[in-house]
Design a binder for this molecule. Sequence first.
Ligand SMILES: NC(=O)c1ccc[n+]([C@@H]2O[C@H](COP(=O)([O-])OP(=O)(O)OC[C@H]3O[C@@H](n4cnc5c(N)ncnc54)[C@H](OP(=O)(O)O)[C@@H]3O)[C@@H](O)[C@H]2O)c1
Length: 341
Amino acid sequence: MAHGRFDNPIIATLAGVKDFFRKQDLSDRLLESDRADGQTVIITGANSGLGFGMAVEFAARGARVIMACRRNVPGVVDKVRELSGSDKVELRRIDLSRIESIHSFAAGLKNDNVHPDILVLNAGVALPESRPTESGLEEMFLVNYLSNVILVSRLVTTGVIRPPDKTRHVKRALRPRILFISSDSHQGSSHVDHEQFGTYEEYGITRGMNYYSYYKLVLNTWATELSRRLNPGPHPDIPVNVICPGPVHSEIIKEAPWLLRMILGSIFSVIFKAPRKAALPAVYMCLSRDFESTTNQYLHMFNRKKMDEKVYLPEEGRKLWDHSNEVWARHDPLAEEFMIT
Ligand SMILES: NC(=O)c1ccc[n+]([C@@H]2O[C@H](COP(=O)([O-])OP(=O)(O)OC[C@H]3O[C@@H](n4cnc5c(N)ncnc54)[C@H](OP(=O)(O)O)[C@@H]3O)[C@@H](O)[C@H]2O)c1
């Protein structure tokens, strides 16, 4: 059985409080001139919390923003337009707990000739207990991890995300970037459990937090392997990076039992960062020249850091890649067609 870092949601929240007071080494590196004019940005889970904050900030910096959301919260697109002062904002539906929905979202982008310059894999859940999805996979495993594998694989193999055309002079905007929103809580999680990988594992409120941080370790390990596979040469074609936004005043605890929600919610509202502010390190990582020609970088808010050392082990990455594709193929007849080899 795999182990994450936290067994207790209150301890996890207190770690966030500590982060709030951490020095932000690179906070002055995001410049007004870091613009996204002419670029298309897709953000999963953009109808609340960090994703919403990023949507506003990217739109304010000139991007066309596609909010990839499970729910069309009434007025949410108008709110992003209003706060950003841009009307280049749209919402497309995707439910990451339904594999079929991931495919139809990706097919829609292909049909409409959308080629994102920036893809932010942000959506996530923190569930109070394990829950089966229609595919039989556990919901947090699918939403927080495997859906990202499926979405990225399909977008890359169908050319929706495509490497720059090397026969032409490559402008910055033509090199697509992929950013995974993770959590520093992945540090200290156990090795990827290859034996049990993808099997339905039961958890309740305490083990839920444990699985949350463990799946972030799994996500970071896959992102690192993706970075290796998409960028074999010295200059990255499709930079793949990972970030922990630090504590965000978001909806992430919306499914917690009410008493816990009251306690954590009051900490969130006083100490955790407003979504638009919390979004700035991610925006920096996607737009700044500091990350123009590097890949597999990790930021913890505005600080450069290493991920857990297990994330970088090539053998772990290879095994995880194969096991993820095997689990995907067992639950999706279309899987073989879209796997990155
Ligand atoms: N909050 C923090 O302190 C913190 C710290 C570190 C990392 N993070 C990470 O930041 C990311 C964003 O979380 P947040 O804190 O901003 O929480 P949030 O406000 O709850 O946002 C999560 C987003 O994910 C979406 N989502 C959930 N299940 C989905 C599904 N099946 N299909 C499509 N979208 C789905 C939610 O949509 P619905 O509205 O439909 O549920 C929502 O838009 C997550 O990856 C989280 O792990 C957060």
